[in-house]
Design a protein around this ligand. Structure first.
Ligand SMILES: *Cc1c(COP(=O)(O)O)cnc(C)c1O
Length: 365
């Protein structure tokens, strides 16, 4: 338990009819629930002023450090409505832990993990009606922390704010899971040794947008980044981790080398695959290995993973001078079966044998 009590200011809630019409087709990240959480930190006073308030603009001084030097970190997780009506979150304590890892790298304050989880609970409870119950629907939660001290000098800010907002999310793939084409960025890296690649910070995403545009210009939906030193060792996509599947059922995924994000989906899939008896190799993987393996038939599937899409099958990797193609646009078999298992656990249709679900609103409440 946390000893910081939350105050609540009731929002003018959207009518049930308006909410239902949004929940019928929520899309992703464009509509937000009635409330949000805000907690303030100062070097002098620590964390204080924990509030649940109406969703809306936040007052910000134009000199706030986040606007100039990008001192910002975030998280992403989902709350699901199970068939029995209960509402659960998937491994929120992992997000709490990771936020603090990111905070260390961005010189932001540590947030007690139980306060993070409590903030998520507060928001989901007050806006429980916003957790959709349709097929593949969920409530996407976006906790984030910004430095909002008004000061243009360059140093770690002495004032920060932690917030949680929530947005109903529809199925990531409408009309069935479709494998994507990904673009191999050869001119840009997302991270270098000692940089911020392992932190979930806005700056990494800002740096991935120009390569993302380059991918789009080449008819690809995502970008794959390699290590900036070798230009061959695979890091990850702009916002998803990568897995390859060998014909003997072995899963390959880049090791956490300090430049890539420690994905909770990645970690959960490694567990599920090992439970089934698959070998999982976390090590350096190169584009060359992928290229040769795809050519000689030893690498048979590829997928990306992250909270938003869970698993995105990959049909090809395109570069200016070559394409690795599985010669088949159907999603891989193991790719899809792992996807079904993980989403089954999240949505409450399969047993949660690892205790990954955190019940926020019990059935019948
Ligand atoms: C958030 C994120 C992921 C996926 O992490 P999950 O915890 O699985 O959602 C992967 N890569 C990057 C760069 C990310 O920011």
């Amino acid at each position: 338990m946390t000893d910081l009590a939350f105050t609540r200011t009731e929002a003018q809630r959207l009518s049930e009819a308006e909410r239902d019409s949004i929940l019928a087709d929520p899309g992703f990240g464009t509509r937000f629930t009635d409330h949000m959480v805000s907690i303030v930190w100062t070097r002098q006073g620590g964390w204080h002023d924990a509030e649940v308030v109406p969703y809306g603009p936040i007052p910000m001084d134009p000199a706030s450090s986040v606007l100039h030097y990008g001192q910002e970190i975030f998280e992403g997780l989902k709350a699901y409505r199970r068939p029995d009506g209960s509402i659960v979150a998937f491994r929120p304590e992992e997000n709490a832990r990771r936020l603090n890892e990111s905070a260390k790298r961005l010189a932001l304050p540590q947030l007690p993990e139980e306060l993070f989880v409590e903030a998520v609970h507060q928001l989901v409870r007050v806006d429980a009606d916003w957790v959709p119950g349709g097929d593949d629907q969920s409530l996407y939660l976006r906790p984030f922390m910004i430095a909002d001290e008004s000061f243009l000098g360059v140093r770690a800010a002495e004032r920060a704010r932690f917030m949680v907002i929530a947005s109903p999310a529809g199925p990531y793939f409408t009309g069935g899971v479709r494998p994507v084409s990904i673009w191999l960025s050869q001119t840009h890296a997302r991270a270098g040794r000692g940089g911020t690649g392992a932190a979930k910070c806005g700056g990494n995403y800002a740096a991935s947008l120009a390569p993302q545009n380059e991918a789009a210009a080449n008819e690809c939906q995502q970008v794959l980044f390699t290590d900036s030193a070798t230009e061959d060792t695979i890091d990850e996509l702009g916002g998803m981790n990568l897995f390859l599947v060998r014909s003997d059922g072995t899963l390959l995924t880049p090791r956490l080398n300090g430049n890539i994000l420690d994905g909770i989906t990645r970690k959960s899939l490694i567990r599920l695959a090992k439970d089934r008896g698959h070998a999982v190799e976390e090590r350096d993987i190169t584009v060359t290995e992928w290229r040769e393996g795809a050519a000689d038939g030893t690498i048979v599937e590829a997928f990306a993973c992250g909270t938003a899409a869970v698993i995105t099958p990959i049909r090809e990797l395109k570069a200016p001078d070559f394409t690795i193609d599985f010669g088949d646009s159907a999603p891989g078999e193991l790719t899809m079966s792992l996807r079904e298992e993980l989403t089954g656990i999240q949505f409450g249709t399969l047993e949660d044998r690892h205790g990954w679900l955190d019940v926020i609103v019990p059935a019948g409440a």
